[in-house]
Design a protein around this ligand. Structure first.
Ligand SMILES: [Zn+2]
Length: 481
């Protein structure tokens, strides 16, 4: 048994997510009847299924301190042998059949327990037909039935289904919450790890309890060199892969895809994780007014969705994602999308331009028309960005999504691609930071910043969009030869 399964929480009080734990404790303590239909929504690895099982035990436990985890019912649910707790994976073919059967059998009384509990995993994958069948049952669930729908994408579920459920949101756990879990596991396994190492594993798990415990297990089985182990496991880190794509490191990103295939990583799952990350960043960019480039994010998400759809029938399973890399990893000159390399690896040396690069480059340089001093700014642009960083992170991020287009020694014209970015940089606070940094780095004293709105970064995409997909495949072939 994996450590994750061995140490998954077995009681409400043991739940790792504070918000979920407190919500359920309050509902249970209130003494009111529990809802018959639940929707657990949140990212993978945050404990939705574990919580569903605890709920199943809670309503059926014969012991005093529910769930006691000792009575026959509790034990049978824990080891998965209870005939009245039915787990259905809606993403599998069998799942669809099981939902069909559900309607026929849902009226039958449970065999050994008080409540029949249906745990429907990946509920957003239900077909319309299955969702409708389920809906009929949710409208008037029989007294003896409890439904727990688990999903990573509740927005894909029909509103009619969601509205009939008590919704519990499983947020991404904090590093502290993950560390707490790891400390419990370490203690039970009698493994000594210092807090620094535990935090490092927790951070590397990126919001997944399951991944955290898996990493912990790897570290435990290995020589205990946490840093080395984490370095090795980073290959399937979607963050790092996306960083390569967004930084325009085409060959590196393609190399990574190859490594994933060699390493037996499930590419569809990997793409799902990538989309999940980008989606979070996108939502964050809208709700927290972070300065991420939402146009770029949407483009990447759409590209990945397209690749995801094609993967099912692709003759070469990794080809769709390779095409995604080629289509999306071209950064225009002087435009460096935000990338977050996780372990300070040196960027690859310059690579010979691929045929797509050759097609795109002239178009990009054509866009750059400026005074004679523009080259000076361009040459030191990264230095300017670096100098701004300690002063203000959001200005730094804003600068990364702009491009110098003119400089005459005093007036610096920056091109932003979104009105929002332009406005932010025009505020006095931001403007002064940029002006000061440019003046200092270039040694020119007084600088005046002027913002202009350029075409959205889609301009690069356009070039590739116009290419026939045959050409893309041809280019992919060229690169791999
Ligand atoms: Zn019990």
């Amino acid at each position: 048994m994996t450590l994750y399964l061995k140490y998954r929480p077995q009681k409400i009080a043991e739940l790792d997510l504070k918000s979920v734990r407190e919500r359920l404790e309050a509902m249970v303590k209130s003494g009111r009847d529990l809802p018959h239909a639940w929707l657990f929504s949140g990212p993978r690895g945050t404990g939705k299924t574990s919580t569903a099982r605890i709920l199943a035990k809670y309503v059926n436990c014969r012991g005093k301190d529910k769930p006691c985890n000792k009575c026959e019912t509790c034990v049978s649910i824990t080891n998965g042998s209870c005939p009245d707790v039915i787990e259905i994976d809606a993403a599998s073919n069998r799942g669809i059949d099981e939902i069909r059967q559900l309607r026929e059998r849902v009226g039958l009384a449970p065999m050994t327990t008080d409540y029949k509990v249906y745990i429907i995993d990946e509920a957003h994958m239900l077909t319309t037909e299955a969702a409708n069948a389920l809906l009929k049952t949710l409208e008037e669930p029989p007294e003896h039935v409890l439904f727990v729908l688990c999903t990573t994408e509740s927005e894909k579920l029909p509103e009619t289904v969601v509205s009939r459920c008590a919704v519990v949101r499983f947020g991404r756990p904090s590093i502290d919450e993950i560390s707490d879990r790891l400390e419990k596991v370490a203690k039970s396994e009698k493994v000594k790890l210092d807090l620094g190492d535990i935090k490092e594993i927790a951070a590397a798990a990126r919001g997944s309890f399951r991944d955290a415990v898996k990493l912990f297990e790897q570290v435990m089985l290995g020589e205990g060199d946490v840093k080395k182990m984490l370095g090795a496991s980073d290959k399937s880190d979607p963050q790092e892969f996306l960083g390569m794509v967004r930084a325009g490191k085409t060959k590196e990103a393609l190399g990574r895809v190859d490594e994933l295939v060699q390493g037996g990583v499930d590419l569809r799952k990997f793409v799902e994780k990538c989309v999940e990350l980008l989606r979070e960043e996108l939502i964050g960019s809208v709700t927290n007014e972070k300065t991420a480039n939402s146009g770029e994010l949407i483009k990447l998400i759409e590209g990945l969705e397209k690749a995801y759809g094609r993967m099912k029938d692709a003759a070469v399973v990794q080809l769709p994602i390779e095409i995604f890399v080629i289509e999306n990893s071209k950064a225009p000159v002087g435009f460096e999308p935000q990338s977050r390399p996780s372990n300070g690896q040196a960027p690859n040396a310059k690579q010979p331009p691929s045929s797509i690069e050759q097609k795109i480059k002239p178009q990009i340089s054509g866009l750059v028309t400026g005074g004679s001093k523009l080259d000076d700014v361009m040459g030191k642009w990264q230095e300017v960005i670096k100098a701004v960083r300690p002063k203000n992170h959001s200005v730094e991020a804003l600068l990364r999504s702009t491009r110098p287009v003119d400089f005459d020694g005093r007036d610096l014209v920056l091109e932003a691609f979104y009105e929002f970015h332009k406005k932010q940089l025009e505020t006095e606070r931001c403007r002064l930071i940029v002006e000061e940094a440019v003046g200092e780095i270039l040694g020119v004293g007084q600088v005046k910043l002027k913002m202009k709105l350029g075409n959205s970064p889609v301009r690069v995409q356009k070039v590739t969009d116009d290419l026939k997909s045959d050409e893309l495949i041809e280019t992919a072939r060229e690169i791999f030869k």
